[in-house]
Ligand binder design. Structure first.
Ligand code: BDR
Ligand code: CA
Length: 312
């Protein structure tokens, strides 16, 4: 089987970690490179966290260091859900001989996309800072990277960090705006769909009981978020970042629509909102995005459980 070559840009991050483990386990995908961005935690944590996953998975995927700050805004992290260390305060060891690469995320991504001649798929599960820097430095990037799949934004759902905006877009609205305007087609897995893909406490117990390293780590790193979210009245913890990964392999688990999508960067209460023309009479000139709206929870969560449990 010919595998789909992917690059993942993540603010690793608990649900980012699950997304990386899932991508690693799916035999249809081949991870070519990983890069870290600041978001859930500062770069000084998301970079080593991504390297730590190599140790857990027994892999040596190249990991490249990305941005330390959003393009214009001040960095706001998400400790409440991801803990002080970004991995739910679970201590994962670094690889015995970690490879700290000099080349930065945007340069490595561009070189790799060029080498793959349009076949590489980019999955971004954090703020889009690294991608915007790559686009600024290499304006021909969309030629080699015609599509990006992101976790970010929302259509009808509203926001999670503000009433209007989702965390990844709000964290760096200027970067997100640049990506949606870039000419790359965006597959947008926003809160509308990602909130449907949650682990319940029972799902996490089952993963832990399975006794695999991947299952035990998944339960441990999500426990803090699970506690906070169930106290808040939600049925579980959403695996936001696994949505674009699973969509790439199993679009039949999802429902999606083509739309025009742009990002608000100036609104005083709507900063970071993804504005879609899905429900309006007036339409944007171009359908630049596939907006993913629904998923089959049993199939999605079933695949995630199977995937993380492959990590022994
Ligand atoms: C997004 O924000 C982050 O906290 C998660 O990792 C996910 O990428 C959800 O809004
Ligand atoms: Ca993330």
């Amino acid at each position: 089987m010919k595998k789909i070559p992917i690059w993942m840009d993540c603010d690793t991050g608990t649900d980012d970690a699950v997304a990386i483990m899932t991508a690693h386990a799916l035999e249809e995908l081949e991870i070519i490179g990983l890069s870290s961005v600041c978001g859930n935690a500062p770069q000084a944590l998301t970079y080593p966290n991504t390297l730590r996953l190599n140790r857990l998975m027994g892999t040596d995927y190249p990991v490249y260091r990305g941005a330390e700050a959003p393009l214009l805004k001040k960095l706001e992290t998400a400790e409440t859900f991801h803990g002080k260390n970004g991995l739910g305060d679970v201590e994962l060891p670094l690889p015995e001989n970690p490879v700290y690469r000099e080349e930065r995320a945007w340069d490595a991504l561009y070189e790799t996309a060029k080498a793959y001649k349009g076949e590489l798929k980019l999955i971004a599960t954090g703020p889009l800072t690294n991608i915007a820097i790559a686009l600024g430095k290499y304006p021909d990037l969309p030629e080699y990277l015609p599509e990006i799949l992101i976790m970010g934004g929302s259509a009808a759902f509203g926001g999670n960090v503000t009433p209007a905006a989702e965390f990844n877009i709000y964290a760096d609205p200027e970067a997100a705006a640049a990506v949606f305007k870039s000419g790359m087609h965006v597959v947008m897995c926003g809160l509308d769909v990602t909130m449907q893909g949650y682990f319940t406490p029972e799902d996490l117990d089952e993963l832990e009981a399975g006794g695999t390293a991947g299952g035990r780590f998944t339960k441990a790193c999500l426990s803090k978020a699970m506690k906070a979210l169930t106290q808040f009245g939600l049925p579980g913890v959403a695996m936001h970042d696994s949505c674009p990964v699973v969509y790439l392999v199993h679009p039949e688990y999802f429902e999606a629509e083509e739309a025009g999508v742009y990002v608000e960067t100036r609104g005083s209460i709507t900063n970071g909102k993804t504005v879609t023309d899905l429900y309006s009479d007036k339409q944007f000139d171009k359908k630049n995005a596939t907006v993913v709206l629904k998923l089959d929870r049993d199939k999605f969560i079933g695949l995630l459980k199977k995937s993380v449990s492959k990590i022994k």
